[in-house]
Design a protein around this ligand. Sequence first.
Ligand code: GRG
Length: 322
Amino acid sequence: MDWQTSPHDGRAGSASRVTAGALLEAPSLSLAMQAAAELTENTLDQLLPPPSGPEGKLYDAMRYASLGGGKRLRPFLVLASAALFTAEETGSRRAAAAIEMIHCYSLIHDDLPCMDDDDLRRGRPTAHKAFDEASAVLAGDALLTLAFEVLAAPETDADPAIRAALVAELARAAGARGMVGGQALDLAAESGNEPFALPEVTRLQQWKTGALIAAACQMGAILGRADDPLRRALEAYGQDLGLAFQIADDLLDVEGETATVGKAVGKDAAQGKATFVSLLGVEEARRKANALVGEAERHLAPFGARARMLGELAAFVVYRRS
Ligand code: GRG
């Protein structure tokens, strides 16, 4: 077994050298997440171009925005979902890195002056502050395209149909009827006269944030050649998790502190943005998030005890502080 024992109290205490396949047997969710983050960091480091030559600044910006930070939630979901089906290690790691590339590109672009205009991300200056706007735009573009290059490569899976399914799943979730479409709805909500009501905010968030989270679970199922019922169970889990995540994000914007969250807080209220919290109030938003966690956990029933980490993750997503 790869889980190491802490010299202090004899309990399993280190996530180093753990394989993706072992994530589901972790002694705790935090160790499982730490292990997934390490696997993701190492895989990203291998896949991202090393900074050299006249284009080195672009590679530097890509690495700055994707290495050394973040919870690595989406990679964790790919790795843990794939592990449910004992999918092959290399493909799981590459798919986990690919979805994190898409996520990091979205953060870079979201922080730009033409979008949210933020100075702080993951507790550090945003990419356009650390570099410049042009480099940040290009780093985002290059991460977006590298993600699909990685998925399409034979090293990800020997079966071209599996690679095509991964590409299609991620493209759909990241595109105009997914994350980018959700961002467009967000901009439309800001510029419109009428604030969005609950159904519109729900669709916006399902696209902007939920789609990628749900896709992470689906990519694990694709790598694991899951049958239809199990794939649908993971899909339903991912959808509830995605919405719970967004409600928690809205709550953090109201209740969190910049130093812990790692980005500016209080922006939604300052901009008069319609969010789950502004529409439902803090208590009802938290109740809804908790209810979604319960639903998400119930969808995991067909997987039995092996899905314990994914169940715990749903609760973590709602109670996280960053
Ligand atoms: C600009 C194409 C484009 C898309 C932007 C997802 C998105 C759409 C923007 C991200 C902005 C944002 C703060 C959305 C709220 C939810 C969210 C995605 C939070 C950040 O995700 P975490 O908490 O971040 O998983 P870490 O840093 O832990 O990876």
